[in-house]
Design a protein around this ligand. Structure first.
Ligand SMILES: [Fe+2]
Length: 539
């Protein structure tokens, strides 16, 4: 049996090719040619070879009705001839009706008046109507099943393509969300988005504009405010800050507006001022009410139009970048507030004991240098700096008469002053953001041999940063002038530290001290400058 090989035409195949293909396929099945009609208009598209004139003049209404009813049928005929019609629908929503004249029995040509029919009868073979109907139905169902199959294939292709693109979109959003860490700068995250966007959004160029964050005061601590607008670009994108600013101004997005989309209908207008931009999406970087910048995609990579799918993706990316920028700004403000608190507390210690003015600051700086030498990470450097500033905060609770006494302390006075680590710990205990500093404040007078205070911890029981602070504290105490004595020369201090290594102080911290002794002397000589908590700025 002949296998159906007719494939419903694809979108690319024009009507002519589709009609020819259909005609050939039906000829193989029925052994006669079919004339092909347009099922919508009833027009004859192609006359079947060897078909009588009759199949050129089928009534349009009959063709249209057959296409509409969508089942094969005998249209009309007489005692020896019938017109058989077979409707076909394609997935491009075309409708054809194939019509062929069928000879039902042997006819004496002399009984036929039309010369056209005589010619046809001479070559046509009589067909059994029941057989034609059965065959027609089989072919019809076969074609219909193939049509459904092709349609399903198209749907699967489309779903698969959508899934791929959705997967890429989700991957991008996931990667961004995964990187929503405060340690990442807005620029880092924006760059990550730019690196990945072209995999899921068909644009030739992308831009992310990060707006400067308004500053209320000098920025300190690790999280700096962005002091100037920034523009990050990817792909073909001929913008600078100034021209991008003009573009944003032209679009004039208002809070709550959906992303701006412009395609040819807008960009072809003579009033469109950005000649190179044929398609564009612009979305804000927002966090609540706060605007942190804009994200834009320029020129569709296939010169097609941007739609809501692309716009929503860009909006989501803008939302994530906005949330990150908002969180960082919030954190920066918190850090700024914390810096103000630490400043106030440090000033309070200085006011209480003016003779040791600058001691906390010097201890903090020296401790950071030691911690660096001991390979501490930036977080630890930040902690030891804050802790250095605050280590003697408990002296606020020590009587002035004892604290400022010029001369030797009595045993009772010494016991009183030894309370300051615990007092300091108590003062700061409720400031959660200073939690990391507490062990240093409490234990900076412990000694390696367990003879320190307040808890007589020994060796590695003493928190590491407290052991660092102890060396920095001792160094500054010994080298600073006091009303009752001059500061010791560095050689003497070095000798004391060397002797106390493994006794009063941790050997590795003392070793670190000697590794960078010159720098430490230099650091301790510096007058107290701006009290910056931005460790990176001066380390
Ligand atoms: Fe102290």
């Amino acid at each position: 049996m002949t296998q159906i090989s007719y494939r419903l035409p694809s979108v690319e195949v024009d009507d002519k090719a589709a009609v020819q293909s259909l005609q050939q396929e039906l000829a193989r099945w029925f052994d006669v040619e079919f004339s092909i009609y347009d099922g919508f208009t009833g027009d004859l598209l192609k006359q079947g070879a060897g078909q009588p004139h009759l199949t050129q003049t089928v009534d349009r209404d009959l063709v249209q009705a057959c296409a509409e009813r969508f089942s094969p049928q005998f249209l009309t005929g007489d005692d020896y001839l019938e017109l058989y019609a077979l409707p076909v629908r394609t997935r491009e929503n075309r409708r054809y009706v194939a019509v062929s004249a069928m000879l039902l029995r042997e006819v004496d040509p002399t009984q036929v008046r039309s010369a056209d029919l005589v010619r046809w009868i001479a070559t046509a073979r009589p067909q059994n109507p029941a057989t034609v109907e059965k065959l027609g139905l089989a072919v019809f169902e076969k074609l219909r099943a193939e049509g459904r199959w092709r349609k399903l294939e198209t749907e699967v292709d489309s779903v698969s393509s959508n899934l791929t693109s959705t997967y890429e979109e989700i991957s991008l959003l996931y990667a961004l969300i995964e990187n929503l860490r405060l340690s990442k700068t807005d620029e880092d995250l924006a760059q990550l988005a730019l690196d990945t966007l072209d995999e899921c959004l068909p644009a030739k160029g992308f831009a992310i504009n990060l707006l400067a964050v308004a500053q209320e005061q000098e920025v300190t601590y690790k999280y700096k405010a962005r002091v100037a607008d920034k523009l990050l670009l990817a792909g073909e994108c001929d913008f600078d800050l100034e021209s991008f600013g003009r573009f944003v101004e032209h679009v004039n997005l208002q809070p709550g507006d959906p992303p701006f989309i412009a395609n040819a209908a807008v960009t072809r207008d003579s009033n469109w001022p950005f000649g190179d931009i044929r398609q564009v999406i612009l979305a804000p970087l927002f966090e609540g009410e706060n605007l942190f910048g804009f994200i834009a995609a320029f020129n569709h990579s296939r010169n097609a139009e941007f739609g809501t799918i692309e716009a929503n993706l860009l909006k989501s990316v803008g939302g994530i970048l906005g949330i990150h920028a908002g969180n960082r700004e919030l954190y920066r403000r918190q850090a700024e507030f914390l810096a103000s608190v630490v400043r106030a507390l440090t000033s309070a210690i200085d006011a209480k004991d003016p003779y040791t003015c600058g001691h906390s600051d010097r201890v903090a700086r020296v401790a950071v240098r030691l911690a660096q030498e001991l390979q501490c990470d930036p977080e630890k450097l930040s902690t030891i700096y804050m802790a250095g500033l605050l280590h003697d905060i408990g002296k606020i609770g020590i009587d002035d008469s004892v604290l400022c006494k010029p001369g030797r302390l009595t045993d009772a006075e010494y016991e009183h002053i030894k309370l300051h680590p615990e007092l300091g710990h108590r003062i700061l205990a409720d400031i959660r953001q200073l939690g990391e500093c507490l062990p240093v404040v409490l234990h900076h007078h412990e000694q390696w041999n367990g003879k320190g205070y307040p808890q007589q911890l020994a060796g590695e029981e003493i928190p590491f940063l407290a052991r660092i602070a102890a060396v920095a504290d001792a160094f500054d105490a010994m080298t600073s002038d006091r009303p009752y004595r001059k500061g010791m020369p560095i050689e003497k201090v070095a000798e004391i530290l060397q002797r106390g290594a493994g006794e009063q102080w941790d050997v590795q911290v003392v070793d670190a001290f000697f590794s960078c002794i010159n720098e430490i002397v230099e650091i301790s000589r510096h007058e107290r400058e701006n009290l910056s908590l931005d460790v990176e700025q001066w380390v």
